[in-house]
Design a protein around this ligand. Structure first.
Ligand code: CA
Ligand code: CA
Ligand code: ZN
Ligand code: ZN
Length: 283
């Protein structure tokens, strides 16, 4: 179910009610909802939102610490901001390249090229990275549009819900960005899946960032359409600088305190997920 798919539960058949409740509490904590252990309207809304396909992963030791002591949800407080991948994988070089393996037919090729160039320059400008386009098959970040099963054990799901995913730094698939080409990609539009925002978010994963639970961050797990020019949030900038350092001569950003209000559920799409009553009960 949703909790397994996004990293709150490991996929095993012998999950206890306690573990399932803990997973719900983790999810509520991550999303700054009241931690009750029970799926209610707010949780249901979150589970129905269009989002990135990458899990909201937490380090195993943190999960273990939480599992050992059900009352100490506060131990996860350090996850209120950006999150780096659990192995702290980073690229060994600050000079990275990306390559388009193919394009979506939804947008002119030149638009996709220009938007990706802007995306790469945003992450480059915020850190010591230099991310440029290359046409060689050895490029670090391979960008591809795929549908359904596409050979990496993370099949896409048709229109809506998951829009894209990306792999953390490494060889081979590492760093690669896959867009679900069953979506209608748009730019500067109130409808469809915003190509620029999604590309900016996925490249954050390519560089080693995971989901921030700051709902305003680009690295939040939910996608929104932003018709104006999309900028990295200070939380995103603090995250990338924690991995690759600040640009020469640039002062550290002041980390913005995360909002204390619950995540607002501004839906990009109407709820279309096929969830029956069984959704509320584990197996
Ligand atoms: Ca999809
Ligand atoms: Ca790669
Ligand atoms: Zn993501
Ligand atoms: Zn994929």
């Amino acid at each position: 179910d949703w909790l397994i798919k996004y990293g709150y539960l490991t996929d095993s058949s012998d999950v206890t009610l306690f573990e399932h409740t803990m997973a719900i509490m983790n999810m509520q904590h991550f999303h700054k909802l009241p931690v009750t252990g029970v799926i209610d309207r707010e949780e249901f809304n979150i589970m129905q939102r269009t989002r990135c396909g990458c899990p909201d992963m937490m380090a195993d030791d943190e999960m273990q610490a939480l599992g050992d002591n059900a009352t100490s949800v506060g131990q996860l407080d350090r996850f209120r901001r950006y999150v780096v991948n659990r192995d702290r994988d980073v690229w060994p070089s600050n000079d990275l390249t990306y390559r388009f393996n193919d394009f979506t037919s939804d947008l002119p090729t030149t638009v996709q090229e220009e938007e990706m160039r802007k995306v790469a320059s945003k992450w480059s400008a915020a850190s010591r990275l230099s991310i440029t386009r290359s046409s060689t098959s050895t490029s670090d970040i391979q960008v591809a549009f795929r549908t359904k099963d596409h050979g990496d054990n993370y099949p896409f799901d048709g229109p809506f819900d998951v829009l894209a995913h990306a792999f953390s730094p490494g060889t081979g698939l590492g760093g690669d960005i896959h867009f679900d080409d069953d979506e209608q990609f748009t730019i500067n539009s109130a409808t469809g899946a915003d190509f620029t925002f999604i590309a900016l978010h996925e490249m954050g994963h390519s560089l080693g960032l995971e989901h921030s639970n700051n709902p305003d961050a680009v690295m939040s797990m939910f996608f929104t359409n932003n018709p104006s020019d999309i900028q990295l949030h200070n939380d995103d900038i603090a995250g990338i600088q924690s991995l690759y350092g600040r640009p020469e001569g640039v002062e550290a950003v002041i980390e913005i305190e995360v909002a204390t209000v619950p995540v607002t559920c501004t839906k990009v799409y109407d709820a279309i997920a096929d969830v029956g009553a069984s959704f509320f009960f584990f197996r």
